[in-house]
Design a protein around this ligand. Sequence first.
Ligand SMILES: [Zn+2]
Ligand SMILES: [Zn+2]
Length: 250
Amino acid sequence: MLSLGNDLLEEPEPVSNSNTALSSQRTLRPLDHSSGRRPLPAMRHYLLEAIAERLPCPYQVAGCEVALATCEVEEHARECFFRDMLCPLGTLNTCFWTGKLTQLMDHFRQNHPLNCNICNESDMQVSGICEDRDMHYVYLIAQTNMHFLITVKTATVDKAVHICIQYIGSKEEARRYIYEIHINSVHDAASRVVFVERCFNDTIQVDDIFRESKCVSIPLRKLRHYVEDEKLAFKFVIKKEAQSSALKKK
Ligand SMILES: [Zn+2]
Ligand SMILES: [Zn+2]
């Protein structure tokens, strides 16, 4: 019969192996006979050390109070709310503005008024939709204190319309949002298509999203029923994904 006495609480003798430093350093701690357990060794407080080693965000001066592990600093700085941003239209119209996210809408209103003043669930219309011309629109949308970019692009190379909406901020926050694109036929009001996609954040290159089709992508030949005079009308809806549906997917 097995004895469950103190003997079973003894650490096994180290395997004799003079080639390993580990085996030569292992020693038994004295047994506490009142409890039958060995006293805990002096432990390093790794958690406390990790907390103590956390670094401030590089944009602390601008107002960010996040403390980060060393390995988190670079990624956080890229998507920090307080970071210095380039104008999202910079690559399209050589705007060289840099500033904070809180200043971005004012910059758009003053310098790119046709690319803002759009509300969630707005009806939108973009022109120049045809197979023979590249076209690229970027709009800024503000919803309370959150900002989104909506990009519409056609390219002669793939003859498709791509639409995506990006959350300006962290990847984690972005994943909480989904968007719907409703396209109504100009020829038949009863005919419409609705696409639903998940938002990415703005640190991901929009062309990478398009290339991987992680957005709304429609071949132009399939859109003929929906386009008139090279104009495409659609409505977009941005909303937080319901927590219940998020749980179901896990
Ligand atoms: Zn920060
Ligand atoms: Zn600009």
